[in-house]
Design a protein around this ligand. Structure first.
Ligand code: SF4
Length: 327
């Protein structure tokens, strides 16, 4: 690991100023992601600013919005009674993530900023456009079982790994930040970038800009929300495919629906087509099948991940069965 300087402050503006004034600076929260990447030589910040002493760990509802501070621990958020009862998809997504030990350490901001599990990205002996722009993407013609069927480009097809981000995408969350230019509120749909020709630029954050909280509207179908994650083993594993569903029915038809998917795309994937196939209709075998077809419309499977096209449709049908749908 390359030598680096370490700083810790209790003032948010000081933390932002330190990283903003240092081109090689980075924030560190629980350290469950950044330290691994530093040990493997994937990232090499020369200044690490610890955000653990910042007063950003509150969890609570105000003015119809659930506010989760960026340094709140994943485990604390998952077990919080308001989150469990009124935003269950968030609790379920967090409990399906990592291990209890990691959840007790890792922060919400760090979870949203975690990097792809693409093995080429994490192997510094491999080319990788995301780690080293212009070096190539060996996953496109190589081992791509874990990779994206939506949102890829000729430069990168890596899947975004965060379960939490998928649940927040289904609930139309907003990411609150403080940067050198002031505060910003970024809709989560604009927060994660498609890779295009610049897969190294993953989010809308500017250098020195810190996530301070996420805000989730309580109106809409948040209370009737679920998360389903399919993975190769039952714990401490990333999604092969996952579904976050938030849905309201009245008079036998779907009146409001939000569907987001993990494991299939280069960023948390909201499917407007699948939602449209359900909205205003009952949850029947025919409408669920139509939603599944809309979801995979335009998918670009690769040599080893074509199975995801069917698997994600089955996962969608499974979770809709929990809402009374018929497969
Ligand atoms: Fe790198 Fe993306 Fe290609 Fe993986 S898929 S090797 S992260 S460029």
């Amino acid at each position: 690991m390359k030598l680096f300087d370490y700083a810790r402050t209790s003032r948010v503006s000081d933390a932002v100023g330190l990283v903003a004034g240092h081109p090689g600076g980075a924030f560190i929260g629980g350290g469950t992601e950044l330290t691994n990447l530093m040990k493997d030589g994937v990232l090499a910040p020369d200044l690490v600013v610890d955000v653990g002493a910042l007063a950003l760990a509150d969890i609570g509802v105000r003015k119809g919005q659930l506010l989760i501070g960026a340094t709140a621990r994943m485990g604390d958020v998952a077990e919080h009674p308001v989150v469990r009862e009124r935003f269950p998809v968030i609790s379920e997504a967090l409990l399906a993530s990592a291990s209890p030990q990691v959840r007790n350490r890792a922060t919400i901001g760090g979870n949203l900023m975690q990097r792809t599990r693409c093995w080429y990205y994490r192997d510094v002996g491999s080319a990788c456009n995301k780690r080293e722009p212009g070096s190539g993407c060996p996953a496109i013609g190589g081992q791509n079982r874990w990779h994206a069927i939506h949102g890829g480009s000729d430069h990168c097809i890596a899947v975004h790994p965060s379960d939490l981000a998928v649940s927040l995408t289904a609930l139309d969350a907003t990411v609150l930040t403080l940067g050198p230019d002031g505060r910003r509120s970024i809709p989560i749909g604009d927060f994660y970038r498609l890779p295009g020709s610049t897969p190294d630029q993953e989010t809308a954050l500017r250098h020195g800009e810190l996530i301070t909280a996420v805000e989730i509207p309580e109106s809409g179908p948040a209370a009737g929300s679920r998360y389903l994650k399919l993975r190769d083993r039952a714990t401490f594993e990333f999604a092969v495919v996952s579904v976050a569903a938030a849905l309201i029915q009245a008079g036998g038809v779907v009146t409001d629906v939000r569907l987001a998917f993990g494991g299939i795309a280069t960023r948390p994937w909201r499917s407007a087509g699948a939602e449209e196939a359900l909205r205003g209709h009952p949850l029947t075998q025919a409408t669920i099948a139509a939603a599944g077809r809309a979801l995979v419309d335009g998918a670009q499977p690769r040599e080893h991940n074509a199975f995801k096209v069917e698997l994600v449709q089955r996962a969608l049908a499974d979770i809709l069965e929990d809402f009374g749908g018929r497969k």
